[in-house]
Design a protein around this ligand. Sequence first.
Ligand SMILES: [Zn+2]
Length: 155
Amino acid sequence: MLATILVKEDFQAFITCPSCHRVKEQDVSTFMGVESHVKIRCRCSCGHSFHVQLERRQFVRKDVSLPVVCKIQERGYRLSGTVTDISQSGLRVRLVTSVPLEVGMRVDLSFNLDDRDNSLVEKFGTIRSISDLEVGMAFDSTQHYGKLGLYIEFH
Ligand SMILES: [Zn+2]
């Protein structure tokens, strides 16, 4: 049977050799690309060759309602809105007022989580979709440390 390995957002995978049970951490970014499932052949240092199925962990969306300020540097806008959902890869903001925006614009995001400390989060993102007042944005990085990382993972 083919072992399925969950791949983290940073494309690191822990691959266990079925013969000697040695675990190897491997960067699999070159295999995955945009695919969510890939079958690869591994060769362990013990000499055993085997196949594994790599499966990218899905980004879980979390429905939230967090006030946010979005600064669009290139237009000098400072927009208020509400974060309506958030995931490892990005977030969706419902703006208070409609303004001309374009996909690809850089956004400077600032919002407080509704965790115990109302932690302030400041992130950079890029607009990926616009639908009336709903704006989808992608974070520059899908790796989040500190409060936001914990929030997305466990809240
Ligand atoms: Zn081995």
